[in-house]
Ligand binder design. Structure first.
Ligand SMILES: [Zn+2]
Length: 282
C-alpha cells in the first residue's frame, strides 16, 4: 500500500474510484466528503484539511498523470507487465528481483558469501539478521515501538545507546577482542585489522578460498560469541569476560568447520596453535 496514512484515515476503504469521483461537465473532482465522511459531528472540511491533507496532496501528485474517463468502468491492470495483463511468470520476476530493490548490491554479495558457507543454520539465520540490521538490539526494538525496553543503554559499557555497530565493533573491549582474534589467526595476506573487521574487505583481500572460508567461520564465530555474551549479561546477569569470548570463538569456529567440512580434520589443539597453517588445508 503506497498511502497507509490516507488509507487509515479514510472511512470508505474499499470503494472504487468511480464511486468517489464527482463529474461536472467533463471535469472530475474527488468526493472528499465520501472518502473521509465521519458521523461523529466533526466538521468534515476542517477535519480533513487538518488530518488528511498532507498525504492527500502527495496522493494527488502521484495520480496526476492518470486521466479518468467518466463513462468507463474501473478495471484492474497489472503494472509489472507492459500489456497490463497479469501472468504468474511476472510474480517470479518480482520475487527474483525484489532483493535488489530492498538491499544494495554489496549487501547481496555479502549475504551470498555467507549463505554459501556450511555454517550451522542457526548461525546463518543470525548472520542474515546481523547483515540486514534486524537483530533485536535495543535501538531496533525502540525503532519498532517495543515500549518495554527499560534501559536502552548498551550493557557492555553502560554508556551509549545499544546499536549493532556499537555492540559488535565500536565498544573498546570489543575492538580488543577483534584485535586478539586477528593476531591469533595470523592471516598471511596483506590485510590490516580495519579490513579484517569489515566483512566485505575481508572477502576482497583473502583470495584463497579455503583460507577465506576458515577466516569467515572465525568472523561469524566472533559476532555470534559477542551476541551470546551480550544476552548472558542482560538475561543472566553475567559480566563481560574477554577470555571467555576469545576461547569460545576459537572453539566454536573449530567445531563448526569440523561439522561442516569432512575435509577439515584438524584436532582442536592444531587449530588453536596454528589456525591457518599451510601444511594442513581445509
Ligand atoms: Zn557499549
Amino acid at each position: 500500500m503506497s498511502f497507509p496514512d490516507l488509507f487509515a484515515l479514510s472511512t470508505k476503504k474499499f470503494c472504487t474510484v468511480a464511486e468517489v469521483l464527482v463529474w461536472t461537465n467533463v471535469t472530475h473532482k474527488w468526493d472528499l466528503k465520501a472518502l473521509f465522511y465521519r458521523d461523529d459531528g466533526i466538521d468534515i472540511a476542517t477535519w480533513a484539511a487538518a488530518a488528511a491533507m498532507p498525504c492527500w496532496n502527495r496522493f494527488c501528485d502521484s495520480v496526476g498523470g492518470y486521466t479518468p474517463h467518466e463513462f468507463e468502468n474501473d478495471t484492474f491492470s497489472w503494472s509489472i507487465n507492459a500489456d497490463k495483463e497479469f501472468t504468474v511468470a511476472s510474480i517470479s520476476f518480482v520475487v527474483n528481483n525484489s532483493k535488489s530493490v530492498v538491499w544494495d548490491s554489496l549487501l547481496i554479495k555479502w549475504l551470498k558469501a555467507m549463505w554459501d558457507l556450511k555454517l550451522p543454520p542457526k548461525i546463518k539465520l543470525f548472520a542474515w539478521r546481523f547483515f540486514i540490521d534486524r537483530l533485536p538490539t535495543k535501538d531496533q526494538l525502540l525503532k519498532r515501538g517495543v515500549s518495554n525496553v527499560s534501559n536502552p543503554i548498551c550493557d557492555f559499557c553502560g554508556n551509549l545507546l545499544e546499536s549493532s555497530s556499537h555492540l559488535f565493533f565500536l565498544y573498546q573491549e570489543v575492538k580488543e577482542i577483534w584485535n586478539h582474534i586477528f593476531v591469533w589467526l595470523g592471516i598471511p595476506e596483506k590485510i590490516n585489522i580495519e579490513e579484517f573487521v569489515l566483512f566485505g574487505d575481508l572477502q576482497e583481500k583473502v583470495k584463497n578460498i579455503k583460507r577465506r572460508t576458515m577466516i569467515n567461520f572465525v568472523w561469524f564465530a566472533t559476532i555470534w560469541c559477542l551476541w551470546i555474551m551480550r544476552n548472558a549479561i542482560i538475561f543472566k546477569g553475567e559480566v563481560f569476560c574477554f577470555d571467555d569470548i576469545c576461547s569460545n570463538i576459537v572453539f566454536l569456529s573449530w567445531r563448526w568447520l569440523y561439522v561442516g567440512y569432512t575435509e577439515f580434520r584438524r584436532s582442536y589443539y592444531e587449530w588453536f596453535k596454528l589456525p591457518l597453517s599451510d601444511s594442513i588445508t581445509l
